[in-house]
Design a protein around this ligand. Structure first.
Ligand code: S3P
Length: 174
């Protein structure tokens, strides 16, 4: 049974695209935590933020990610991408510290901001706020990540290659 592969990183670092690519290569199921939160609540992330505030979103995020990690363990391992702020929960950081394959996708501020402008991210509307969060989160990611991948200038496939190399995994189709 393979441990789950958990992708962390700031908004716009490519966690969802890279997670899907890796799940295909490793023959594992893929789950994106934000999508699951939206399915469970019947609301978009933006709607949750405007109806319940960030604190309401964080409560749902914590509960959903804890359930997801348990489900992944029962399923024999999955690839999971977490929302960029999941690490703000101490409970989640403690839980993630038990996982051996937690990978940080590290991006630069400008590309992260550029890639976060699809209108779905309430915390990516203002560059100054985005930039302050980017700095604040760095130490939290470093507290839980076992591996760090520099995504700058890399395609989704290249980032996935780097992750596979870091965790010492072979592609299933080789
Ligand atoms: C957030 C990141 C988002 C989403 C929400 C809050 C954050 O996920 O969970 O908008 O606080 O960094 P992505 O990292 O998938 O964009």
């Amino acid at each position: 049974m393979a441990p789950s592969l958990i992708l962390l990183g700031f908004m716009g670092s490519g966690k969802t695209a890279v997670g899907q690519e890796l799940a295909g290569r490793m023959g594992l199921g893929f789950r994106d935590a934000d999508q699951l939160i939206e399915e469970r609540s019947g609301m978009t992330v933006t709607e949750i933020f405007s109806n319940q505030g960030e604190a309401g979103f964080r409560r749902q995020e914590e509960a959903t990610v804890l359930d997801l990690l348990d489900a992944a363990e029962s399923a024999g391992g999955m690839v999971i991408s977490l929302g960029g702020g999941a690490v703000t929960s101490e409970r989640l950081r403690d839980r993630l510290n038990e996982e051996p394959r937690v990978v940080l996708l590290d991006s630069d501020l400008e590309s992260a901001y550029h890639r976060s402008q699809d209108g779905s991210r309430p915390l990516a509307r203002d560059f100054k706020q985005f930039s302050a969060l980017f700095q604040e989160r760095r130490s939290l990611y470093e507290k839980v990540a076992r591996f760090r991948i520099d995504t700058r200038g890399k395609s989704v496939r290249q980032v996935a290659d780097a992750v596979m190399h870091a965790i010492g995994e072979r592609n299933e189709d080789i």
